[in-house]
Design a protein around this ligand. Structure first.
Ligand SMILES: *Cc1c(COP(=O)(O)O)cnc(C)c1O
Length: 390
């Protein structure tokens, strides 16, 4: 069997034509395609603003800045996420703390969040922003998180890097009903891709304006924002310290083409996941839990090994799958155990026990639209053989 990656982009001739057409056009950057992609995101999410950037990491950074995160502030997120969900706060000079995960959904536990908020309030150490991550595409309990944000006075950024195409309470992820800002990633392993790329959505005009400035050097051509009348037609003003986080026209054109297939891509992910659910039901693994009133974007299919029911270790199962050309992965190494975080913020083993337990058992199986039934059968048979090996 040829190598099967854990995730892979789905590219059609139409996608290729869309990118090539941009290359033949006048604008490779700062043209019409970025606004077109943003409009497509706004339509899909039913949200007021969408700001495309060169990555979700950049979008997380400017989202934190727009919400006023700076030195002396604390940002909370989940330890089971990609490091970018936490790093964004550090870029702003703030510090990071974590909330342990729910053992069933693997998302940030709302119960732990509430408990930690109560303790933080007493110590006068409440977070400025909380960043829930919709792990694997499964939406967090946003209504409850939003209620806590009102009670304790913090802002909410949804890291929906795994979740475009999903919905919560029958509304599309990204509509920001229960958050200030939502972030999507379009890295090739994610649900749809722009090669590199990210988008921030919000219903708040002021936040949108700030993020728009910050993604392009803090420069404006809007006379309403200038300190005085323009010196001439060439004039622009830098009114904040921003970055070059712009998305290119080729990326946006790919995004416009990809988002048209979002529904069918998400449906094919669900079909594959459903097949895994059935095929793995009798094996000593925990299959993903699906919460009610939501539809997952299904970026990842994570199983947990029932280690007390099998002979091989987690590492051995993982290595055997890789040896069989199955590109399993592990999402994620708890962020608080990364050397950078341990060294600079003195996090320790044992700080977030549910996250650490998850890390000892989790394996992401391959999941992407072009995964064939034959490949999937091979994955399941191989896994079964490894688990039954005694
Ligand atoms: C991929 C990912 C990011 C970063 O996305 P980029 O577009 O690669 O910067 C952030 N958060 C989560 C949860 C991710 O999976």
């Amino acid at each position: 069997m040829e190598f099967i990656p854990y995730g892979r982009q789905n590219i059609t001739e139409k996608d290729i034509d869309a990118v090539v057409n941009v290359l033949k056009s006048d604008y490779l950057t700062q043209g019409p395609k970025v606004p077109e992609f943003e409009q497509a995101i706004k339509n899909h999410c039913v949200v007021r603003h969408a700001l495309a950037m060169n990555s979700a990491t950049s979008a997380l950074h400017v989202a934190c800045l727009a919400l006023g995160v700076g030195e002396g502030d604390i940002v909370w997120t989940t330890p089971i996420t990609f490091v970018a969900s936490a790093n964004c706060a550090l870029y702003c000079g703030a510090t990071v703390d974590f909330v342990d995960i729910d053992p069933q959904t693997y998302n940030l536990s709302v119960k732990s969040l509430e408990q930690k908020l109560k303790e933080a309030k007493e110590q006068d150490k409440l977070p400025k922003v909380v960043i829930p991550v919709h792990l694997c595409g499964q939406p967090c309990d946003m209504e409850a998180i939003h209620a806590l944000s009102q009670k304790f006075g913090f802002s909410v950024i949804e890291d929906a890097s795994h979740a475009i195409g999903g919905s919560y309470q029958n509304k599309p992820i990204g509509n920001c009903q229960y958050s200030d800002i939502t972030i999507f990633s379009f890295h090739p392993v994610k649900i749809i891709t722009t090669a590199e790329g990210g988008v921030a959505t919000t219903n708040n005009d002021e936040l949108a304006q700030k993020m728009d400035l910050l993604r392009s050097h803090g420069i404006t051509r809007d006379t309403d924002l200038m300190t005085h009348e323009p010196d001439g037609p060439w004039y622009y003003q830098q009114i904040d310290l921003g970055f070059n986080y712009r998305m290119t026209e080729m990326q946006a054109a790919l995004g416009v083409s990809q988002i048209q297939r979002l529904q069918s891509i998400t449906e094919s992910r669900h079909k594959i996941a459903q097949r895994y659910n059935e095929q793995l039901a009798s094996l000593p693994v925990v299959t993903p839990f699906q919460i009610q009133e939501s539809y997952s974007g299904l970026h990842l299919y994570v199983i947990r090994l029932k280690l007390d029911e099998i002979k091989p270790t987690h590492l051995e199962v993982f290595q055997s799958l890789r040896a069989a050309n199955i590109g399993v992965n592990l999402h994620y190494i708890p962020v608080h155990l990364q050397p950078y975080y341990q060294k600079n913020f003195s996090f320790q083993i044992g700080d977030f026990p549910q996250a650490e337990q998850y890390y000892r058992e989790a394996i992401s199986l391959p999941l992407y639209p072009d995964l064939t039934e034959e490949q999937q059968d091979y994955i399941v048979e191989t896994l079964e053989g490894i688990l039954k090996n005694d």
